[in-house]
Ligand binder design. Sequence first.
Ligand code: NAD
Length: 347
Amino acid sequence: MTPSEKALVPFVSVDHMMQLIHHIGVRNMLRGLASYIEDDFRRWELFDKTPRVASHSAEGVIELMPTSDGETYGFKYVNGHPKNTAEGLQTVTAFGLLADVDTGYPVLLTEMTMLTALRTAATSALVARTLAPRGAKTMAMIGNGAQSEFQSIAMQAIAGIDEVRLFDIDPAATAKCAANLAGSGLKITACNTAEDAIQGAQILTTCTADKAYATILTDNMVGAGVHINAIGGDCPGKTEVAPAILRRGDIFVEYPPQTRIEGDIQQLDDDHPVTEIWQVLTGQAQGRTSDKQITIFDSVGFAIEDFSALRFVRDRIEETEFYHPLDLLADPDDPRDLFGMLTRAKG
Ligand code: NAD
């Protein structure tokens, strides 16, 4: 028996996602994702919003990230397990789904490990383009793991940087990142310390993975007139930026109820002032107001960014062959005869 056409769900495997990315081009895809994210941030108030649903364990977290714009519903399943790389596994893996709100039927199921790296980088670069000091050309990239090349290329393609200074506590990670970025057009400098990496940088990206109150940037390291793109502090008990820097700077976040639980600002009082990025993008709040200011994007990753990424993939696979039609939904000809469908399947 062949499943009915209307119940087949396009499924984008890891292999198809990689083909799609190469078909579009990494930089074009990052720009496209940033544009979809910006569009959705501009209609922020339309969305159903909730802090993600997290299930914590000693070694990591498994999270569900749902949202809806009233027409389309999306969610992502994502994990965060810093100890995984020592076992040959990824720290972060993900998959996601988009559905039609009118029928509740899924319209896309896709891998999202690659897509998360791209959407996180696109969001970082969109925010840096909005908040970083004018003419920022150099970024320090602290933490040279899975996200790092995506972050670097997005900052080049979207925020205009041309130099990246790398540091990781594991020199092998820095060597891998430098090798992957050779030929990117970026000037790459491998550094021996975080202090060295931030020399001359106007954008400081922290993207480390450690289930601890880590201090990747200490107070004395950070001077005036920089933009901090803090990616790795994204879970209770997992931070990267010294509270004194947070108090000296102006903090920009995705969705405060989630960031106050998960972001670096978990180290501050619950009522410490923060600005929502969507309000800066719509002109309802100010972004950078002086060259001397320290702006901090306390990124944790919000469901609307995944929704944008899912929309982007749905729109782009239409004219390609980069998906399998998946027999995911039981859809009997007579909608009330589910049992009959089962009986007939026996042959
Ligand atoms: P990864 O494990 O592949 O890489 C992390 C790197 O950080 C490793 O190379 C490790 O050696 C390095 N590191 C750890 N402690 C360090 C320190 N003190 N100084 C310098 N380097 C250090 O992880 P990844 O997939 O690249 O993710 C990095 C972080 O970003 C994770 O914490 C992850 O949860 C987070 N993340 C956030 C978002 C978001 O939207 N904000 C999205 C994806 C991942």
